[in-house]
Write a protein that binds this ligand. Structure first.
Ligand code: SAH
Ligand code: SF4
Length: 352
């Protein structure tokens, strides 16, 4: 197998192998390439989950519109600005603003105001990634002009048929794809990703997901294991949920994505830690280089549950910071404080 040039069959075989030594070699090769391409520094993106109000109904997600067991909240603008200021004072390079999907004018205006406010309070230094779902091209442009420079919108699966099986009929894969194009046009560093280990998903689907990232020339990857949320329609379709299997499949996807895409930023997502206490460190060792410490106010954390067993819901932001820093040091890496940690891939394309 040519590790520098993995083909679709190699990727499928590596996703399916039962051989532990092969898995270890995959992780080691991905880690080595990570050191060469993006280095040993881990960048923090403090994530502010500022609202769990959502107009959509994705079958897998705990905060979907029809889940009536969720207490809905929206943080005040003051609370969001305070969380962002805290991140800046801690010398986090960037924050991520995430919420359920809304596209009404009041919401679009609020986000725009928040972006300007955050840029102002941080002397323009704090990087801002948005993860607010599907919006019009005009909204994307307005938010970019107000100071956001990265956007994370997962395609969830590059297979439209699988996507259709995970969403109600009015959720449209093609629309999502068009959003990725609109984001690129608007000037953002574009991030996408998938859920790994979904019911009905094959290793070939996952191999095609990596090919999709490459074909779309994606700058940042935020992907993670699918984790059941008990109060969702998809939970009924999962016969046996095996956390270790999900974890290892997700880690292999991280490693393979590093090997194929090389110089992109890849997040070691919180969902990994829902499956194993060491999940996020394992992600770093499989080739990821970004961590997203939660900054959401403690009073709301227990209401932003996309999946079961979400970790860190009882810890405040400074505990999260200390805990993550310790975890990062134990695997021999360091935190890139005070740096944006942009995707080298974005600049390589721009400057080409
Ligand atoms: N509403 C926005 C952002 C919040 S959801 C959006 O959908 O883009 C962010 C991500 O959480 C989704 O893209 C999805 O991939 C992930 N997610 C939702 N439910 C999940 C689950 N049960 N297991 C793992 N990831 C999940
Ligand atoms: Fe809403 Fe995002 Fe959850 Fe879908 S995944 S229900 S859009 S929060």
């Amino acid at each position: 197998m040519d590790w520098n040039n993995l083909n679709r069959d190699d990727i499928i075989a590596l996703l399916e192998t039962d051989d532990e030594a092969t898995e270890q070699e995959l992780f080691a090769r991905a880690y080595e390439l990570k050191l060469q391409t993006v280095g040993r520094k881990v960048y923090f993106r403090g994530i502010i989950e500022f609202s769990n109000v959502c107009t959509k109904n994705c079958f897998y997600c705990g905060i979907r519109r029809d889940n009536t067991h969720v207490q809905r909240y929206t943080m005040t603008e003051r609370q969001v600005l305070d969380a962002a200021r805290w991140a800046w004072e801690q010398r986090y390079g960037s924050i991520v603003m995430q919420s359920g999907e809304r596209s009404d004018p009041a919401f679009v205006d609020m986000v725009e105001r928040l972006l300007r406010g955050i840029k102002e309070l941080s002397n323009g230094e704090l990087g801002i990634t948005l993860s607010l779902g599907e919006q019009t091209a005009d909204t994307y442009r307005r938010w970019f002009a107000a100071g956001a420079h990265r956007y994370l919108l997962r395609i969830e699966s590059s297979n439209p048929a699988l996507y259709a099986s995970l969403h109600p009929e009015d959720h449209d894969w093609n629309r999502r794809l068009n959003c990725l194009h609109d984001l690129r046009e608007a000037g953002y560093q574009v991030g996408t990703g998938v859920m790994i280990g979904l019911p009905g998903q094959t290793a070939a689907d996952l191999a095609d997901d990596i090919a999709f990232f490459r074909a779309q020339d994606i700058d940042m990857i935020g992907m993670g294991p699918y984790v059941v949320h008990h109060d969702t329609p998809l939970a009924a379709r999962v016969q046996h949920f095996d956390p270790q299997r999900q974890l290892h499949l997700a880690l292999r996807m991280i490693a393979l994505t590093r090997l194929v895409l090389r110089d992109v930023n890849i997040a070691s997502t919180t969902a990994l830690q829902a499956l194993d206490p060491q999940g996020r460190e394992m992600g770093l060792q499989a080739g990821a280089n970004i961590i997203m410490p939660v900054l959401t106010d403690l009073e709301y954390r227990g209401d932003y549950l996309l999946y079961d067993n979400k970790p860190c819901v009882d810890e405040n932001a400074s505990l999260c910071r200390a805990c993550l820093e310790r975890r990062i040091l134990t695997v021999g890496e360091e935190v890139g404080y005070g740096q944006l940690g942009d995707s080298p891939h974005f600049f390589a394309r721009r400057d080409a």
